[in-house]
Each structure stands twice: as C-alpha cells, then as structure tokens.
Design a protein around this ligand. Sequence first.
Ligand SMILES: C[S@@+](CC[C@H](N)C(=O)[O-])C[C@H]1O[C@@H](n2cnc3c(N)ncnc32)[C@H](O)[C@@H]1O
Length: 363
Amino acid sequence: MTTHTGLDAREALAERLVDATTHALETLSVHLGLELGLYQALADLGAATEAEVAAHAGVAPRYAREWLEQQAAAGYLACDDPARPPEQRRYRLPTGHAEVLLDADSPDYAAPVAATFAGVARVLPQLLEAYRSGGGVPYAAYGQELRRGIAALNRPMFLHELASTWLPAVPGLDRRLRSAPPARVLDLGCGLGASSIALARAYPRAQVLGVDLDQASIAEARARAAEAGVADRVTFVVGDAARVTAEAPVDLVTLFEALHDLGDPVGALRAARGLLADDGSVLVADERVADAFTTPGEPIERFMYGWSVLHCLPATLAEHPVEATGTVLRAPTVARWAAAAGFTGFEVLSIDNPFWRFYRLHG
Ligand SMILES: C[S@@+](CC[C@H](N)C(=O)[O-])C[C@H]1O[C@@H](n2cnc3c(N)ncnc32)[C@H](O)[C@@H]1O
C-alpha cells in the first residue's frame, strides 16, 4: 500500500514537471512571437499562410512553419484547415487573443509576462553562482526583457485604476492633487515611469518626481514622459530610494510594486516621511500575498515565490541590502517597517486588485 501511494506520488510529480515544462516552453515561444512580430503579422493579415506570415514579419519560412504549428497545437492560435498540406494552411488569432497579446492599453494585456520570464532565462548562470556565493544578480542584468516586461504589465493598471480608484481611496488626496499650489508627488522605484506619467496626465496640476536605482529605466522613463507631453511636470532621477532628496513638502509618496525590492525599505520609508506634508500620505502597492506563510501555497503565493527565488531576492541582494525580503512581502512586515520608519498611521486600503494590496502610511 505504501509503495503504491509512493508510486502514485512519483508519477504525479513526474507528470507535473513535464506539464510545467510544456507551459514554460510555450511562454518562451510567446516571447518569440511578440519580439519577432509574428502575432502582429496575424493581426495585420487576418487568416494567413506560413509564407504570408514569414514575409510580413521578416522571419525565415521554415521557422514560421514550426512556430505556427506549435502555437496552434498549444491553442494560442487557431488553424482553419489543419488537414491540408502545411503551405496551404491558414492560421489566425482566435477572438480575444489579440487583446491579451497585442493591446498594450488593455486591462487584459498579459503578454509581457513572457518577456519577464525571458529576462530570468538570461541570467540563469549568474543565479547559480549567486546562490552559491550569497551574492546577488543586479537588476540591470535581467535586461530590457524584464525592465520593459514589468513596465508593460503594470501600465494598464496605472491607466485604468490609479486615478479612478487607488488615489481617491486616500482621504482628501484627489482634492489636493487637483488644487493649487501644485501638489508634489514622489514616485519611488518608478521603473519606466508609467505610474508617474499616468498620475501627471490624470492631474494636470501635479508635479511628479520619479526615482529609481536603475539607469536604463530612468533613461526610458524620461523619453516616455517627453512622448506623453508631461516632461515639464514629471522629472526622473537615478537614485536610491533610501537616500532620496526632493523639494518638500511632498503631498504623496508612492511605491508601486517596489517596496519589497528596496535594499533599505525602512530607510526609504523614513526618508519619505521626512519629506511629507503634515497631511501627506505614503501609498504602497505590493504583492497580494497572505499575512503568513502556509503550505501548500495559493496560486498567487506560488507565482510570487517563483519571482522571488529567480529575480527579486537576487536583485535586492545585489544592493548589499539592510533587508532582503524577496517578492513575498506580507502585511505584518509592511506594518513593522512603517512603525520603524516613524509612521503612526497604517491602514490596509480596501481596493480590489488581483495582484496587489494597498497600504496607506501617514502621521
Ligand atoms: C518591480 S519594479 C516596479 C517598477 C514600477 N514601479 C512599476 O510598477 O512598473 C521595482 C523597481 O524598483 C527599483 N529599485 C530597486 N531597488 C531600488 C532602490 N534601492 N531605490 C530605488 N529604486 C529601486 C528597480 O530598479 C525597479 O525599477
């Protein structure tokens, strides 16, 4: 009986590993499709043959055939006539898939998760070395795949939820952001600045300073602010959040999915508090994980732990940190950090979001 159960467990785990690898391989194939413009070709052409897709995207025909077959087998694409010879088959994006794969403004735009995964794939040898030495893997080493992937994944939330839902949840903030003299906002760990830019667009008086340790992110953030026509009110600087300086008083400090990444989170919160206006707030959005570690983990915990072991923890360890929490930042830890930084007010805001929890720090 024991042996039988053991066998079932072995089979189940072996099957699970093969299944998981299938999904991982498919995720990287999505990355290929996005980077090479293969999905875009199908969006432009409608139902198309392998030769049409290859010509439109500028890829070698033999690769186009294999990728199209693989995508159709996986259900990412539809094939209208699979029984015909390969060169006569027509492939297309099923209804709804273009939004998920190509519509950068859509709340359902999930495609960039494939790029973030590709960013991790880039550093696997460095990760092995870091695990042995206890060192880190710098954020920059994960490349543009991770940097742009994160920004693209989070951007739709900033477009659709930041000004309509999140900021109005902080008492008095919406009114302050609309009034004179212009409100000052500090966006710590701003990445490519999508949150800073969305805030400036929603509040035409507000002045925003975005700060991030990653030089490439700040360079792209500046370009994006100029493109969006808000560079006169949105400034970006490279710097450590724990050593931030800004013109005070600041009405709002934001940290969107960044607090858990900082090498000195309490230092950053303390610096933010030192710049805040008397009635100012810090708004933290971080991962929607449970208050305590349990096993087995819910899907969101597994997702966040996956990022933690492969990215967030090694990237923070590269900062020679005071704390290295990893991705799984739980509410009691945020409360402890807030108190250590001197805040007397701490609230978990009731904002509905599948990935993030929202905290208001004040006082
Ligand atoms: C998960 S990303 C989130 C970026 C952005 N807020 C967004 O939502 O797209 C975390 C960011 O924190 C930044 N970061 C890490 N350590 C930092 C530090 N000590 N000071 C400032 N930024 C830091 C990283 O460079 C990265 O851009």
